[in-house]
Design a protein around this ligand. Sequence first.
Ligand code: FMN
Length: 227
Amino acid sequence: MVRRLCDETDARRLLNPGPVAIVTTMWRGMANAAPVAWTAPLSMAPPLVGVVIHPHRHTADMIRFSQAFAINIPGPSLLKQTAFLGSQTGLNTNKLEAAGLELFSGQQIEAPLIEGCLAWIECGLQDVIAIGDHTMFVGRVVRVQALDEAYAQHWLLRSRQYSPLTYIGGTRYAVVGDPLEAVIEVDAQGGLVLESAEEREKREEEEARERELRKIEGDEGLAEMQD
Ligand SMILES: Cc1cc2nc3c(=O)[nH]c(=O)nc-3n(C[C@H](O)[C@H](O)[C@H](O)COP(=O)(O)O)c2cc1C
């Protein structure tokens, strides 16, 4: 294994895999949408979330003018539409229509919500913070909806279809998956037990099964060669 020195700007991509948020906005009867990979939960009470957007994006102006935005979280079925919304500005075109997306109304804000997503977060604008060459728009969460199949206090990740899309960089995306349960056990000295007795037993059983399988395959191969 080689530990390679990366560029300082690689930090952003290494931190990427949160769910992609499609930020929808509405102002003076015009709706817009843009995917945003840089998002952050910021506070529980009051419930605040942040979306980090370059000030040149039309979405940045739409949020400032309308004082609100919605976060729509897509699954893999909206992969192409997500990439399309990020490929051009909505300043002079209705990207939502061009992407063939169906919308439904938010209850607390004017920004439309995207049909076919897995979850929706409606926000009023709480704060605007300039950070380097981007701007953090802090949203005061006013309403949250999620599909039963996708979410129950946490992402369920039971099936690909109902798991959120995450952005890797360039044209690469992934589906969040393979949930793991972290059960922590410490020994008498307070050190982390990396493998519990139960986990060791399971691993040894699996290893024995694999050895058995390889032996059978080897025996069959030998028999074929002798035929
Ligand atoms: C998957 C994906 C994630 C993106 N994440 C961000 C982001 O976090 N912040 C940002 O300013 N732009 C981000 N972009 C770029 C904007 O979505 C893109 O510039 C978009 O066309 C802006 O549209 P607008 O001008 O209509 O707001 C992302 C693009 C893609 C495809």
